[in-house]
Design a protein around this ligand. Structure first.
Ligand code: ZN
Length: 272
């Protein structure tokens, strides 16, 4: 497994370290606290629209390479549609060693928001969380969500603030309570579960498409050429790329909405 360079952020898995550069409040938590301290709730406290927030992570791989990787705490695919495809391609919050290609998923929970499709979810990447931890996380989340709802109400005069509405808000789950701005928040355990749900909400031509280019030899010039072609095609079509370089193997996958990747694939066939 990849190892962290140190452990400062309780939101991160043991395998990871964060070099927090996003002006977050910088908790110095204990690492035993598995990321359920609800940091993400602070978006609600200042009344601002949720943004995509990320940290740069410094990772040391088993092979000795040290590199940085991005970890998102809040993903808004309406504002950053490319993150939707990173999720579908399983590269969202996955650190890939540029030297040996090892992959490691961050265990940091994140908030996933798709405004257009009405999906608002708190995602715990670990699908096999022990019941105890799962319960603790849910309770903490309810508390954070309730606080955010109260703040939202104070900032939104005219919202439903009747006594009856308040009474139902106690220790029960926040989801289901009428909300002026936020859709009910789902809790999802496991990135695979999130991916299946997200995929089910997409139109067929919005689903993940991929086309892979490989360099025929190990010559640097050939690789550079393939790289340049892939980058150009991807950026023209609003798609993303992932490079796989392992010994003599060199491949670049272009991925994005199936409709756009289809156009690229046709162009490649014609050019070949
Ligand atoms: Zn490595």
């Amino acid at each position: 497994m990849m190892k962290p360079n140190d452990n400062r952020d309780p939101l991160l898995a043991d395998m990871y370290d964060v070099a927090d550069d996003d002006g977050d409040d910088g908790d110095d938590g204990d690492d035993g606290d598995d990321g359920d301290d609800g940091d993400d709730g602070d978006d609600g406290d200042n009344g601002e629209a949720p943004e995509t927030r990320a940290s740069m992570l410094s990772v040391t791989c088993d092979c000795g390479a040290t590199f940085t990787s991005v970890v998102y705490h809040a993903v808004n695919v309406t504002l950053e549609p490319e993150l939707l495809y990173q999720l579908l391609a399983d590269s969202l919050n996955v650190a890939v060693c540029p030297n040996c290609g090892r992959r490691a998923r961050s265990a940091t929970p994140f908030v996933y928001h798709d405004m257009a499709r009405g999906l608002f979810a708190y995602v715990s990447p670990d699908a096999d969380l022990p019941d105890e931890q799962r319960q603790a996380l849910l309770e903490n989340l309810r508390a954070v969500y309730s606080r955010a709802v109260e703040v939202a109400e104070r900032l939104t005069p005219g919202a439903d603030t009747s006594t009856a509405a308040r009474a139902g808000r106690g220790a029960q789950a926040a989801p289901g309570i009428p909300e002026p701005d936020a859709p009910p928040m789902q809790v999802i355990f496991g990135v695979e579960q999130l991916r299946a749900l997200v995929d089910s909400l997409l139109e067929p031509d919005q689903r993940l498409g991929k086309v892979t280019l490989t360099a025929p030899g190990s010559a640097t010039a050939q690789r550079d050429r393939i790289h340049a072609i892939a980058q150009r095609l991807a950026s023209e079509a609003g798609c993303l790329t992932e490079t796989i370089e392992r010994g003599s193997e060199y491949a670049i996958t272009i991925y994005g909405p199936r409709s756009r990747v289809g156009v690229i694939a046709r162009a490649l066939r014609q050019g070949a």
